[in-house]
Design a protein. Structure first.
Length: 257
């Protein structure tokens, strides 16, 4: 029998199910400017739009899309994440499926969104599926919160993470030009980056780091050791124990012709 490699994509994708509450409590949200960028690039408003939010996780993006007036159906494959989603948004429609095979009719949606989730799919399947589900003129919106590594302390932290686990904590440094690698074609798309920040207690920041898949598959002992050492580094920069996390949200919007 062939064992699953410790850092395989499948294992990392499933790792969130055992840490859904930690994910929901500590992961960053998204700024209003992100949704304004999505609307601008899509050429249409989210208010009143029928949106399929794929890889919805604990419901962070679904919540914000609903607040903007969208009619959202969430899609989440993971049992643990779906359970947390239902605790957070008990009245929101949720189906258990993944982006490689969407359980919707052709031309069902005005917008299909992937918040922090597209990289867990196979674009050879997920791109045709998203375009099939979109109505003509509809928009596929993908986005990721990325640490702003032009900020010195974040760059230093990223180097420490890479030395410790062998890979970065930010989805392998995902960028716009790689989004459609492996897809049968590259759709017409636009890319924008939105800068924002949040200030959180040190414990929240450390729990945020620990909720990333590279640490979830590393094991509790090794993760705890890294976070204890990281606490010391961070207190040198943030002696008051409040950490300003700075993000660039990479957003890609592709339209169905």
């Amino acid at each position: 029998m062939t064992s699953t490699p410790p850092n395989s994509l499948a294992r990392r994708a499933h790792s969130f199910n055992s840490a859904a509450a930690q994910y929901a409590a500590n992961r960053p949200s998204y700024p209003p400017a992100l949704f304004e960028a999505v609307e601008n690039l899509a050429g249409s408003t989210l208010t009143g739009a029928r949106v399929v939010d794929v890889g919805a996780g604990t419901g962070i993006a679904t919540t914000l899309l609903r607040e903007r007036g969208a009619h959202v159906v969430a899609v989440e494959p993971g049992e643990g994440m779906a359970a947390q989603f239902r605790r957070t948004l008990p009245d929101a429609p949720l189906v258990r499926a993944d982006g490689n095979a969407l359980p919707f009719a052709d031309a069902y949606a005005d917008v299909v969104t992937y918040a922090q989730a597209w990289h867990w799919t196979d674009p050879a399947c997920s791109l045709p599926e998203a375009m099939r589900v979109l109505r003509p003129g509809g928009a596929l919106a993908l986005w990721w919160n990325m640490d702003a590594e032009d900020v010195p302390w974040l760059a230093a932290q990223a180097e420490r993470v890479e030395r410790y686990v062998g890979i970065g904590k930010k989805n392998g440094g995902f960028r716009a030009e790689a989004a459609f690698a492996g897809a049968p074609y590259v759709p017409r798309f636009a890319h924008r980056q939105v800068r924002w920040s949040r200030t959180v207690p040190l414990d929240t920041h450390l729990a945020n780091i620990g909720s990333h898949s590279v640490f979830l598959v590393l094991g509790e002992e090794k993760t705890t050791a890294f976070l204890a050492e990281e606490r010391g580094h961070l207190l040198e920069t943030f002696p008051d124990g409040l950490v300003e996390e700075v993000y660039n949200v990479d957003v890609i919007v592709a339209t169905r012709s």
